[in-house]
Design a protein around this ligand. Structure first.
Ligand code: HEC
Length: 221
């Protein structure tokens, strides 16, 4: 990457990282293999005076985590289940489960504070400034270290950046679809993209590239 472009890119990325978050959603790992435990915590530096709601979207349905960590579909006009009730400052486990085999998904979790006992999404019931998101990729690989050991960023730079740009977030050539390894595998087989020469990439490598596209980190020294 040219030094000038790289410096500009790094400056943009660094300024986008908040120095201290008053509250956040944190996962031990944002890319997991089958058999590994996914755990996500809610972290707050100050006590919350309102309820904490945590949601995700599965197959187009908005689901909220309830007090026990179960997923409940959102219903307009009904009280929205809250995950935590006005917690004190600290770290709280909000969801934990073991990755099933044969599964690839990229989830975004949403967190917001809002009025208890109300339809959270009805006007005025949730605090837009409190919204936090966290994107998590789950892979379909069996429980081996293989995919994790491959450097997705280096592979992307070597095999993809010439056509899709060094920075995938611009979505040149629909590269953001590549957060799903199956989309990249399909694109390699499609003559339109002239990506056929990439057929030699292993599924571990494609999975590592997919994980990196989801959370690109650039080397900023
Ligand atoms: C030789 C240039 C070239 C290289 C190298 C290349 N791509 Fe592509 N890619 C394309 C073009 C062109 C398209 C758009 C194809 C189309 O419109 O059907 C595309 C499309 C895609 C898509 C979108 C497919 C869709 O469903 O719309 C994905 C995902 C993708 N590439 C991933 C990758 C990844 C990952 C790499 C590196 C491993 C890579 N590409 C390397 C040229 C390239």
């Amino acid at each position: 990457m040219q030094t000038r472009i790289k410096a500009a890119l790094c400056a943009t990325l660094l300024s986008a990282i908040p120095l201290a978050a008053a509250d956040s959603l944190v996962a031990d790992s944002t890319v997991l293999l089958a058999g590994e435990t996914f755990q996500m915590n809610y972290l707050t530096e100050t006590p919350a005076s309102q309820n904490i709601y945590v949601a995700t979207v599965v197959d187009g349905n908005l689901l909220f985590l309830d007090e026990n960590g179960g997923l409940v579909p959102y219903t307009a006009g009904q009280p929205t289940p809250a995950r935590l009730k006005a917690p004190a400052a600290g770290s709280y486990k909000v969801i934990s489960f073991t990755m099933p085999e044969g599964f690839y998904r990229n989830f975004t979790f949403y967190k917001a504070t809002g009025k208890p006992g109300s339809d959270l999404l009805a006007a005025g019931n949730y605090d837009a400034a409190s919204l936090r998101t966290l994107s998590v990729s789950f892979t379909a690989k069996p429980g081996t270290a293989g995919a994790a050991a491959v450097n997705g960023g280096a592979l992307y730079a070597a095999h993809c950046s010439s056509c899709h740009n060094e920075d995938p977030t611009g979505n040149l050539g629909n590269i953001l679809k590549g957060t799903d390894p199956l989309a990249t595998t399909a694109a390699i087989k499609n003559p339109a993209g002239k990506m056929g020469h990439l057929a030699a990439l292993t599924s571990d490598e494609i999975t590592a590239i997919a994980a990196w596209i989801s959370h690109p980190r650039f080397d900023c020294h």
